[in-house]
Write a protein that binds this ligand. Structure first.
Ligand code: GLN
Length: 250
């Protein structure tokens, strides 16, 4: 299962965030510690989205292993940001390897990533996806479970649902339609990180004006706390709140 991370805090270079730390996301692309539910390396692409100083979103994605992308290594040294989401991908069997399938998915001020898989894809998502407009489906960035999850979430965000509630509702709906799915989600608007644990690993570290969440800890070992399974995390640089997502569902 892919690995992802989110960061809010003082501006850092993408190289400092993703390439240089001990057990960096780069290292997690070829030597992850805690893959669950299939896959051994995260070689099917990668992506990073970040916020410019004016708050707008931009990014870099490629459907090749992170460790082979020399251009990204050079760019990452020069790009600095105080808010970013990044992922390395291990494509779920049956899903395409394509740049459009690499998280984070971006829209307006949002960045979204999914670590996991929806069981019974694609049939199991037919019912939840019925709430989408045809054009949402025709403009999916890739035919993957993660892209449909993003469309479902984005619809709620566009309707004005608070992001933490939108995430909760979407997890409920998908778990009802596709039990045993792995749904570790990560969403940010550049000021807050919203993340779920649903049958996969997530860690959080806060301090020195920064907060990071990650599938696997990176950088200094101190300060990382594991988020329990089936929880919703809402974090900014001052506070981390973790609440239960469900009682006894799966
Ligand atoms: N199922 C998603 C995909 O194929 C996410 C994969 C993962 O977490 N390994 O893109």
């Amino acid at each position: 299962m892919c690995r992802h991370l989110g960061y809010l805090g003082p501006a850092v270079s993408l190289a400092e965030l993703l390439l240089e730390p001990d057990h960096s996301l780069l290292e997690q692309s070829w030597a992850p510690n805690d893959m669950r539910g299939g896959g051994t390396v995260n070689a099917d692409g990668f992506g990073v989205g970040w916020y410019r100083t004016d708050g707008t979103v931009t990014g870099y994605r490629a459907a090749i292993p992170m460790w082979t992308d020399e251009s990204f290594r050079q760019t990452a040294v020069d790009v600095r940001s105080g808010a970013a989401v990044a992922s390395v991908r291990s494509a779920t069997v049956g899903m395409p390897v394509a740049v459009g399938a690499c998280a984070p998915f971006a829209d307006d001020r949002w960045l979204f990533s999914h670590n996991g898989r929806v069981t019974g894809w694609p049939d199991s998502l037919a019912k939840p996806a019925a709430r989408l407009e045809i054009v949402d489906l025709l403009t999916l960035p890739a035919l993957t479970d993660s892209a449909v999850l993003w469309a479902l979430l984005r619809q709620r965000l566009t309707e004005g649902t608070e992001p933490d509630l939108a995430v909760r509702e979407m997890v409920d709906e998908v778990v009802a339609a596709a039990p045993d799915s792995r749904l570790n989600l990560l969403l940010t608007d550049g000021t807050r990180l919203i993340a779920t644990t649903w049958w996969h690993s997530l860690w959080v570290r806060r301090g020195e004006g920064a907060v990071a969440v990650a599938s696997e800890p990176f950088g200094p070992e101190a300060g990382w706390v594991q988020v329990p399974d089936r929880c919703l995390l809402v974090a900014d640089t001052e506070h981390v709140q973790v609440t239960s997502l469900s009682e006894g569902k799966r």
